[in-house]
Design a protein. Structure first.
Lengths: 171, 435
């Protein structure tokens, strides 16, 4: 899959409280949630982004609460992928489970500048910043996690595994 | 059986994944012993349950919904959602703890004997790792994970590295496990144990009662930990005696197991700390913030809402009143804690002091109800997190501290140390030290 979009940046240790504040947690519609994405840290952002843009963060992005509304809101706002130096683990697995591409890369987080146009090749495992020319290889995910991504998310993957073990023995 | 020395998490995961041994980095499917969700989150779980085409629950006795986030129903949407949750639960035979029987899940589930050492407890909440205080493997996950676990009885997980946190020494008479937790956070930072399985060790954790151990396990979430466990011992067994029938294993790490790091803390003489806005790792000694006025103080939560915590707060508040300018909200963590507090005369102390005593649950912790902070307000909570806007408006500020600092500050209407408010009172101090 090729993803192309402009970069928006947030800093370190951005919590899911800031990605999707508690007062919006009763919403379930992705588009509605999207209107409030990142309301706790950059309230201007949700209205400004274009479908397909890329969110880049520092360390420990998505720390704290497990709210799945956080990644749903990011996708609902139009982000096609999230890149960070590191992630809060529940947020990271929620992104994977939802089929929202996530890239754990200190190098990529450091290299990508807000406003730059980037192209992510999920097959090749590369992120190219077309504005600066910098290219970063991103780590590949375990086969099982790629299978979830290929299915479009854990619910879709699990549907195909009903009646069997969720994780095949050879995973 | 493997003869490779394994950490606690490696052992617990291997046992649940049907493998002789596992190593950090491996991806496995693990059978779960308990799947939990709160009531605010459960509709999201159901949506995914239906999306994956599931029609039956793997084992209804192993799934539970605990209404702690917005109960009793805080608005029409919450009421409607709860009605639908009860309907689903009735249809499928899963248990729901609703108003009157509900409390904070991380307080209630151990009380009800639903957590035993060595078990894998997973749920759609970040504080599920609290169960580790009993030597269980508690792992917080998302909505889809919980839905999949309801259908399959299984979760996918990557085996984490393990780390040891060794704590020695005796803190100041007014310091609580919360202060030890804040000190750990200050030292290691918010990503200090990111993705790692924490094992507590040293004489300090073993000196604690269960309430204190729950605090330690709970606050490890703010280090980014995947799980946090205390070694089961007689304190654990005594706690479980009246709550859990039947045998249980007590797996623990082998000597010689491999850890990514060993963090050592000497908490001798540690005094009360306060975490500044807007992050839990920004702890400073209470003296540094003494005198800063407070609009609202909240004593409760899965971090510090158990009977020992309320007892400690009451020891400070007894015979004193909450300052005019400050609202004090006290929320017992469960019906059992509430009843215990009532019988010990603690509720009377809180009420006489001018505090609000709320229904067992999360209360204002996530900014949902029972004490939301307005923009410009300054609050103090005995919870584990104080991210920007956590408890209300984006321009509200939240500090974190122990129940005794919270109680002392409620009397002063501003940050105050327990010693400052109570003076030299060894009896009160000794009650406040019980965990």
């Amino acid at each position: 899959m090729i993803l192309r979009g402009h970069v928006w940046r947030v800093g370190d240790h951005i919590s899911t409280d800031e990605i999707l504040p508690g007062r919006f947690m009763s919403l379930s519609d992705a588009a509605e949630l999207g209107q409030h994405a990142l309301a706790g840290v950059r309230p201007d952002l949700a209205a400004a982004i274009r479908q397909g843009d890329i969110l880049v963060a520092g360390v420990n992005f998505g720390t704290g609460s497990s709210r799945q509304a956080a990644p749903i809101a990011l996708r609902g706002a139009g982000f096609a992928a999230v890149v960070a130096a590191s992630f809060g683990r529940i947020f990271f697995r929620n992104c994977i489970n939802l089929g929202l591409p996530v890239f754990w890369s200190v190098e990529a987080s450091a290299a990508l500048v807000e406003g730059d146009l980037v192209e992510i090749d999920t097959e090749a495992g590369s992120i190219v910043d077309e504005s600066s020319g910098i290219s970063v290889a991103v780590p590949s995910l375990p086969p099982f996690v790629r299978a979830i991504a290929d299915a479009g998310g854990l619910a879709a993957y699990a549907r195909s595994r009903l009646g069997q073990a969720l994780v095949p023995p050879e995973a | 059986m493997s003869d490779r020395a394994a950490t606690f998490a490696e052992k617990a995961i291997a046992a649940h994944a049907g493998q002789a041994l596992v190593e950090p980095g491996m991806l496995v499917g693990a059978h779960v012993d308990l799947v939990v969700s709160d009531e605010l989150s459960f509709p999201g779980v159901l949506e995914e349950f239906h999306a994956l085409g599931a029609t039956r629950i793997f084992d209804p006795a192993r799934v539970i919904v605990v209404a702690d986030h917005e109960t009793p129903a805080r608005n029409l949407l919450a009421a409607t959602s709860m009605r639908d949750t009860r309907r689903f639960a009735d249809e499928h035979g899963i248990r729901v703890l609703d108003a009157g029987r509900a409390g904070i899940m991380h307080v209630v589930l151990p009380e009800l004997g639903l957590v035993a050492p060595g078990e894998l407890v997973m749920g759609y909440d970040s504080h599920v790792l609290t169960a580790g205080a009993l030597g269980a493997l508690g792992i917080g996950v998302g909505a889809t994970d919980a839905a999949v676990a309801m259908a399959f009885g299984e979760m996918w997980l990557r085996v984490p590295e393990s780390v040891r946190i060794l704590i020695e020494g005796t803190p100041d008479e007014w310091a609580r496990p919360m202060d030890v937790g804040l000190a750990m956070l200050r030292e290691l930072g918010q990503a200090g144990c990111l993705y790692q399985a924490v094992e507590y060790g040293g004489t300090y954790p073993t000196s604690l009662g269960m309430d204190g151990r729950f605090t330690l396990a709970n606050i490890a979430i703010e280090l980014g930990a995947k799980s946090a466990a205390c070694k089961p011992d007689d304190v654990t067994r005594t706690y479980l005696e009246s709550r859990r029938s039947g045998p249980y294993e007590t797996p623990w790490a082998d000597a010689g197991a491999t850890y990514a790091a060993v963090h050592e803390f000497d908490v001798d003489g540690l005094g009360p700390l306060v975490a500044l806005p807007d992050a839990p790792d920004r702890a400073v000694p209470i003296d540094e913030v003494a005198g800063r006025p407070l609009d609202q103080i909240f004593i409760g939560t899965c971090t510090n809402g158990r009977l020992s915590d309320l007892r400690a707060a009451a020891a400070v508040l007894k015979g004193r009143t909450v300052h005019e300018r400050t609202r004090l909200i006290v929320i017992p963590g469960s019906p059992e804690v509430y009843l215990g507090a009532l019988r010990e005369g603690l509720i009377e102390i809180f009420a006489e002091a001018g505090a609000v005593v709320g229904p067992p649950g999360c209360g204002p912790c996530a900014g949902l109800h029972l004490g939301v902070l307005a923009d410009g307000e300054v609050g103090l909570a005995t919870s584990s997190r104080n991210f920007p806007g956590r408890m209300g408006g984006r321009a509200s500020k939240l500090y974190l501290a122990s129940p005794v600092v919270a109680a002392a500050s409620a009397v002063a209407g501003a940050f105050a140390s327990p010693r400052e408010v109570v003076g030299d009172a060894p009896e009160a101090a000794s009650v406040a030290a019980r965990t």
